[in-house]
Write a protein that binds this ligand. Structure first.
Ligand code: C5P
Length: 399
């Protein structure tokens, strides 16, 4: 239900700012209260009067407006909303957000808040494509900011390409998704995903074929139930989801450190395909053939078991879920693994090549809990993720 929610809408500068007026109408029509903030550049394109008339509320624009500070300080203003929406977001606003600047009301609110943020960028195509903007975009995504658009098409400046503000209906749909209150609201869930890469020398590494698809789908499903998700990922082929805090790592040791830094959490899902071994005698320099015909001898050291370490730690998450990819005796091996690792659940699957599961879009899993083994029918990995997230929400609600 959207009615009764409050959005803090920051309107940046740009010809597309007129669309934010339509957005305010859509939000108000759905019973969403809108606190409007107009940047100095935004005020060049839409007037404070039209914004406040449509929002039915006062427009905030000046950081040093003493009346505002007396009525409601900027820290409080940044926190009363259920969601902060920046539409249109200029390249400059994105740069300020990515850099943590706070030199006007909008950027100060964005830095002072712990409320989820949704950004709808709008700018010239070259500004959007510029490496600086793309860097800022990547940083903001890593920080857990969600994005809608930009769309591709003809722009007000006459050029063509990505940079058009998403249509108000699309922004409204993203706001609805972001405001959806699920059973995991207020819960922090940690998800590991993807492969790890263990260096042999500065240019070579040992890795595995994990795409990160199942872990990513689980992070999305948990996010959609309202959880605050920290997503610790190795170098996966599937891009990380939006609206989650992304921590990128390469090695198992880095993954363990990132997981420990992200705790405490209410629940944790360990979907990463972590290398069991790292190269103990990795070379600091690129290894070279010396003409003797002798191959280098790699020595291996066992990697820390992240799942087992967290499961056995004091103050561990209330619900710890591990994975077991097996090729034979799936249930028996997975049950033994659950006890050995000390986790609460194991999601077991058969990854024999004949199943087509590894690298595919479907999965056939068995959920192992202390109550026994529960065989789930074969279904899309997204569906496995949704069912698992729903089960986790049930347990956390009663725990
Ligand atoms: O022992 P095995 O690799 O089959 O266990 C798989 C489960 O353990 C997965 O949940 C995986 O994410 C986790 N794991 C881990 N750290 C390791 C090895 C596996 O967290 N070093």
């Amino acid at each position: 239900m959207l009615a009764g929610k409050r959005v803090l809408l920051i309107i940046g500068g740009g010809i597309a700012a007129y669309k934010s007026l339509l957005l305010i109408r859509l939000l108000r029509g759905a019973g969403v209260a809108v606190t409007p903030v107009l940047t100095a550049a935004g005020a060049q394109f839409v007037t404070p009067l039209s914004v406040s008339a449509l929002a039915g509320e006062k427009v905030y624009s000046n950081l040093f407006d003493l009346t505002d500070e007396a009525e409601m300080g900027h820290i409080q203003l940044s926190r009363v909303a259920d969601l902060i929406v920046v539409a249109p977001a200029t390249a400059d606003l994105m740069a300020k957000m990515a850099g943590g600047r706070a030199d006007d009301l909008a950027s100060t609110l964005l830095l002072a808040t712990d409320t989820p943020v949704l950004v709808a960028p709008a700018m010239n195509v070259r500004m959007w494509d510029h490496p600086a903007t793309q860097r800022n975009l990547a940083q903001l995504r890593t920080d857990g900011v969600r994005f809608v658009g930009p769309d591709e098409g003809e722009m007000a400046c006459g050029e063509f390409g990505p940079g058009r503000l998403a249509e108000p209906e699309a922004i409204f749909a993203s706001i609805s998704a972001a405001l959806a209150t699920g059973p995991l609201q207020g819960r922090h869930v940690l998800v590991t995903s993807g492969p790890t890469q263990e260096p042999i020398d500065p240019v070579r590494f040992i890795a595995n074929r994990s795409s990160g698809a199942q872990g990513t789908a689980i992070a999305v499903a948990l996010r959609d139930l309202g959880a605050k998700v920290t997503f610790v990922t190795g170098p996966a082929t599937v891009p990380p989801p939006e609206g989650v805090a992304v921590v990128r790592v390469e090695t198992a040791a880095q993954m363990l450190a990132a997981v420990q830094a992200a705790l405490p959490a209410d629940a944790a899902v360990f979907a990463a395909a972590v290398a069991d071994w790292r190269v103990a005698n990795a070379s600091g320099q690129k290894m070279k053939k010396d003409g003797s015909g002798q191959a280098p001898a790699l020595q291996f050291a066992e990697n820390p078991d992240i799942l087992a370490t967290v499961s056995h730690a004091v103050g561990r998450p209330a619900l710890v879920v591990g994975f077991a990819a097996e090729t034979e005796d799936v249930v028996a091996h997975a049950m033994a693994k659950r006890l050995r690792k000390g986790c609460d659940w194991i999601v077991a699957n058969d990854v024999s090549p004949a199943t087509g599961i590894m690298g595919g879009t479907e999965n056939a899993v068995t959920l192992i809990t202390d109550a026994g083994a529960e065989v789930w029918p074969r279904m899309a990995k997204d569906e496995v993720a949704r069912r698992l997230a729903a089960r986790m929400a049930e347990v956390l609600a009663h725990g």
